[in-house]
Design a protein around this ligand. Sequence first.
Ligand SMILES: Cc1cc2nc3c(=O)[nH]c(=O)nc-3n(C[C@H](O)[C@H](O)[C@H](O)COP(=O)(O)O)c2cc1C
Length: 336
Amino acid sequence: MDLSTGYMGLALRNPLVASASPLSRTVDGVRELAEAGVGAVVLYSLFEEQVRREAELNARLADAGTESFAESLSYFPDTADEDPGPRRYLSLLERAVAAVDIPVIASLNGVTPDGWVSYATAMQDAGAAAIELNVYYVPGDARISGRDVEQRHVDVLTRVKDAVTVPVAVKLGPHFSSTGEMALRLDAAGADALVLFNRFVQPDIDPEALAVVRSVGLSAPGEARLPRTWIALLHGRVRAALAATTGVETAADVAKYLLAGADVVMTASALLRHGPGHAAVLLDGMSDWMARKGFADVDAVRGLLAVPQDTDEAAHERAEYVSAMRAANRGVYETW
Ligand SMILES: Cc1cc2nc3c(=O)[nH]c(=O)nc-3n(C[C@H](O)[C@H](O)[C@H](O)COP(=O)(O)O)c2cc1C
């Protein structure tokens, strides 16, 4: 089965992409993902805190004795010590690019426009096929306006787009008053792809230890419904490619995202849960499903069940809600 496709102008052997995760923290990890068959790999993110920390360290070397130094470093999370710094990230990127024959996409995780540009450029110079901007910004200060949050996303994208020539994807969260308009604004600002959606860390509370538990949980397939709904709504309405991320566990989950209109489908949790070799299981399952359904290639699948172009989208969403609620009132509902 021919699964070849394109993503942001990159030629991919198939639309399954390993999204940013600890699996890509070493060259061997990236090689394993490539050998399992994925079409591209997104490296884990270089964090803005690491970039700033390295900059501060450099400044300290240049200006020993600055009193504010120790205090400002105390704002950084402890984990910054465990993470490799930007120079090691760039070295990993360079070696990973040389080690595999699929596109390697670098990921920058930050929130302020400053500091992104130089590292985005360095990532491009290190051979990144594209750059994914993981704009992780939870406006914890309740006085920050929605428009400010949106503008941060656009500003970061605009600065990086001005600085590099490789394609730039924006990975964003789902929590906007109007996610569709945010997507249109990023599209207009030149995003080559929108990666929907990042999952925000939502701390748990351990009532026995009386402690806050901060950890990243692996996703469940039911969580794919939110990004899939938005992909189905945005398909054909933005020039940017659409990358699906969250909740891919089986080949059926990949098929559902493509039917909704995704250009590529990303996976992290399933590969962490079952090992990188699970990519081959997903791809084999996709090929079997396409053969069974009579699809000759990925283009024939993509967007088949997207919200049709000539639809009043708001009315469509309202109708879906009313119909689902009517069914629920008759006792027809699903458990995820
Ligand atoms: C352990 C772990 C680490 C992750 N690290 C990153 C990261 O560095 N950068 C990023 O953009 N996303 C990161 N993610 C998010 C994933 O790339 C992905 O978008 C998310 O987990 C949803 O996809 P999934 O359901 O296939 O896991 C991480 C996810 C997990 C589970």
